[in-house]
Ligand binder design. Sequence first.
Ligand SMILES: *Cc1c(COP(=O)(O)O)cnc(C)c1O
Length: 418
Amino acid sequence: MSTADKLALYVLPTYAQFAVAPVRGEGTLLWDADGKRYLDFCSGLATCTLGHGETALSRAITRQATELIHCSNLYQIDKQAELAGILVEECLQLPGRVFFSNSGAESNDGLIKLARRFGHARPDAEGKARYEVITFRQSFHGRTIGGIAATGQDKVKEDFDPLLPGFRHLELNDLDALAAAIRPETCAILLEAIQGEGGILPTTSGFLEGVAALCRQHDILFMLDEIQCGLGRTGNMAGWRSITPEPVPDAVSWAKGMGGGFPIGGFWVSERALGQGENPLFSLMGPGSHGSTYGGNPLACAAAIAVLREVLDQDLPRRALEHEQVIREAISSWNHPAITEVRGSGLLLGVGLEVSALPTPKGTTASVHLSRELARAGLLSPPAGPETVRLMPPLTVSPSEIGEALTLFHGVLDQICA
Ligand SMILES: *Cc1c(COP(=O)(O)O)cnc(C)c1O
């Protein structure tokens, strides 16, 4: 039986899959069982930061697996302490505390719990606990019950109601609408500095600063979902700093690129005082308030340490910015009628499609059709929404691989449009 047949027989069909079945990888390259080669500009959806088969990461995992895989957060985990130190001191460079999870949605659930605690600690004028978290349309915050309530896309919520209450979705980059929408029950704003799944949609100049200012003014938490855009991919260890260096968040969530493909996530909570002369914000999440059996176990932490050390020591964010320039210049030089623009930062890039110029079979979208044809030609470039395909190779991608991917991309576009 083929892999596709076995999957159809035994695995819940929650994904519309491409006809691609990789069994081996090296750097930016993947091969299927028949030896067909792919350039991986998907990177496990911005996850395989160092590419496939990378030595530092596989050695760290192997070594840790022989020493200690798991032991419980009831005991002190040295690798967890080391990883949290790297995240706080070298990645964010902002004082605070980290909680470790196993995925992005779990990290955001942690932020939602923090927001609810904050709403109890800092109630409204009548003494009622605040609870509402404002998020934005086209956002994506995960597939848990908390995550789908936070997400600003109807398709993830369909027939899962009643949803977790206490969320409202506003138009991204509309500060006036946000200022008008904040009400007594609002206790937090959660957003991606560059929306990933929604279509690589960056926040515009001044928006994050404006959100931060409104949060200060109304005593609201300013929380950033850095699950796709964080930890180096956009050209900065803090994704939002590739848009603006200024605003200081109260909390940040991570996952995806953090473990280079090994499942790990986490969130950071600021050390700033809750109010005048009060305890630090992170003190809201004291003993017993939250937990995860696997979260931050020695094996996962060893993997993430290896990934972040490579990203930091090789200055991969700087290289991501150099690659971005090359990609932008090449695509703009094509002047292709089917391309509207390139959005994003570093190696979190979205190619916007002119749907009317891209003949698309019935029952599919322009982005899925293009992604399929690209995969057939040997380039994995996943869709993000109906009108965007993403270019997000490993941060270790080589200039010649970028060149090859661009040539394939251009050729396939011409072929579809011919
Ligand atoms: C992928 C993603 C998530 C969900 O992460 P999982 O690990 O799939 O739970 C949440 N937020 C953003 C911005 C993401 O890109």
